[in-house]
Design a protein around this ligand. Sequence first.
Ligand code: GLU
Length: 277
Amino acid sequence: MPASRSRPYVGRLAPSPTGLLHLGHARTFALAAARAAGGRLLLRMDDLDGARCRPEFAAAALADLAWLGLAWEEPVIVQSSRLPAYRAALARLHAAGLVYPCDRSRKDLAGALAAPHEAAGDDEPLYPAAWRPPAATPLPPLDPAGLARNWRFRVPEGETVAFTDARLGPRAAVCGRDFGDFLVWRKDGLPSYQLACAVDDAALGITEVVRGEDLVRSTFRQLLLLAALLPPGAPPPGYFHAPLLHDENGTRLAKRHAALALHTLRAQGVEPRTLIA
Ligand code: GLU
């Protein structure tokens, strides 16, 4: 159990109920459970994406994880029931002047980025610094109309965010070069994944986040949010980014690989122990 004695291990499984879990999830979640052995393991259902999340996928995820032999603490934490916590976090970022409203569309951004800005392999295009309001611009309030806008986090331009991943070793990224101002709130009235995840990891006292290595770049963003939201001196979680599984063509396993869905493997009588091995 890789945690200091002063900080008992608290880990979490965080499935998104947007499809059936597959072999890649099984490996990541089994790793998360193994690293939490002797400590606590929570389960958080990342169900904020209303258009893609479905209750039947949430039920299937719980059944698949139990079938794998993983055990977590009840109750399950459900993000869609935590909106007040996310609004409170946005209000704190707003009070600290760390966010600004952004009415640019995805299309605006795509247009601006045919240009040289794009960070290689990024999951979210680099937001042009020229589009941010000057730092001293007064912010509109977060009244109901304010919550119906997109809000971006203002990254500290040129600063390096660094952490030591328990598997990958030291990682670092430069704000404004490797990633730019990112969405924390969406005009549909919901937090972005980055904000919800940081708020929950802080609120639940997670000591180590185990997740796929496709999320390394999100970790830099979440570390900025955690620095703004955690009490002074409170450490952020540690991170262990797990390797991703690929199919025989080298394509990353995704929810569309139905043949490798845990649900399918279970129906075929595959033993969960052989999967985890
Ligand atoms: N729910 C996210 C996903 O399935 C994982 C979030 C996380 O572990 O931080 O990609």
